[in-house]
Design a protein around this ligand. Sequence first.
Ligand code: LMR
Length: 328
Amino acid sequence: PLKTLAKLALLGSVMTASFLAAAEPVEIKFSHVVAENTPKGQAALKFKELVEQRLPGEYKVSVFPNSQLFGDNNELAALLLNDVQFVAPSLSKFERYTKKLQLFDLPFLFKDMDAVERFQQSDEGQKLLSSMKRKGIVGIGYLHNGMKQFSANEPLLLPKDASGKKFRVMASDVLAAQFETLNAMAVKKPFSEVFTLLQTRAIDGQENTWSNIYSKKFYEVQSYITESNHGVLDYMVVTSDTFWKSLPADKRKVIKECLDEAIAYGNKMAADKNAEDRQAIIDSKESKVVELTPAQRQAWVDAMKPVWKKFEDQIGKETIAAAESANQ
Ligand code: LMR
């Protein structure tokens, strides 16, 4: 009888364990490369909060910031393997999956973030969300960071100041061409390596938004930041077709709503966050923020314009024209 009792107890605990296992919420992973205190970091946490509020006990969201889980070199491959369910790479990092998004890297294409927003919400912009459909990548929406600034250890006032210097770029041929046209060198490196590359002087400079320069402390290892606003660094929140289709329709609907709201939340804070971090950098006195005169700025525009021609066939002339018209 003792044996039977023990057996029953064992059976009971196995049953309890499997019951508990069945009741475990499904984990959704959201991986990204930036710090938490950034527009993308905050949007990801908002998504977690909303999903866990609206589908309590059914789904839980684990957010992995700072390239902890996956970094630039493997996050999209991991997405396609369903090892992570959401990522939001910058629009510069989709080149292997579509050439169309290279549009966003064209230097001086958008005059400000309002123009970026107008274009993204236009029919042409929305169409680009499905530009990787055949590759199994589903675009959910655009998430803002902001305009990029140049940084280096010498002041970059005119294009010739960049000549001969080595800059880190995201994995984008357009961004590489942007520096090559200045007779500078471009090295494609993952975001997680930028600080060390700057600190060890393996590279001379980089380009990024205020929030990334601040949260990753690039300003501590760069003496000058040129307020160039020469290009945009925004994201596409993406999932895989495999994961998206595997969700029950009613759950997918709720999760999509949570994503849309989290994106709107991130977009709303992006401008303020960048302005705040710009000021924090100035206040730190670790790095000098250099403003350009209109003539200096124009010199950069002229020097970088040839990049457009090089990529216009890949991107599509109409798409470029549509983006330009968002400036009006
Ligand atoms: C970069 O690699 O510099 C950025 O794309 C990082 C990010 O995700 O904002």
